[in-house]
Design a protein around this ligand. Sequence first.
Ligand code: ZN
Length: 288
Amino acid sequence: MIHEIAPHVFHNQFKNDPELSDESLVFVFAGKNEPAFGGGAVLIRDHHIPSFKDFMGRLSEDDLEFLFDIDGKTCFLLKESSKYTFAGQDGFVYKKFRDIRQVQEIETYEYFLSMTAFQLHNWYDNNVFCGHCGQRLERSGTERALHCPECGHTEYPRIVPAVTVAVIDRERNKILLTKYAGRDIPFYALVAGFTEIGETLEQTVEREVMEETGLRVKNIHYFGSQPWGIVDDLMVGFFCDLDGDNTIHRDKEELKLADWFSREETELQPTDMSLTNALMRAFKEGRI
Ligand SMILES: [Zn+2]
């Protein structure tokens, strides 16, 4: 899965005084006002691009936001990246995450780092001012947080829980697979959705399965979890049993397909990045 990056070692501990070196990685994201590049990311690396060293030489820590460490290398986010022109120059190109994922141009750990960097980029970008009093927020010196000097409000990175669910019809030995409506994703997925206020994860599972397919479930079991930074998610995977009638009443707004598949018929996603695919694989291989 995307976060399983061994032998690479990811450290997300906050550092107040990170050191910029030739080894550092800098992540650059296109601004929101550039629709052609919306949601795009580019990972820039000195050993790929000769002119990068010159560019890095002109930067100081003030131009950069500390992100995390990978294999002992400090990773940064370029602040106010719209000030710089990268696209089309020196081999730089902005690409959408979905496109990077499908062609597997970068290694899985780089994709994971890019997604996590993107989550922090969005968080900093969306929290320039205090939501309570409107004062400009300041970086905390002790933790990954933004602090309001006026009213004392503290803002932490946003992490949104969501579930992905393998519903299994034990009587017929089949799994419920779906395809999302309105999205250009050709491969199969599972019922999934965000947790709502006041809800447990198990209640999210029951509600999402009912809303999307009209099915009841029982014996809900935890499978695993996965950070998915593009949409600030912490995905939580469950498998559960169909409870009663197996007739699917598909929510046509949400899904363009929902049907039962045997282990043999279950068609996996093109990569092993997602928790959803890990659940589908576990069913196909007879582990759940
Ligand atoms: Zn405030």
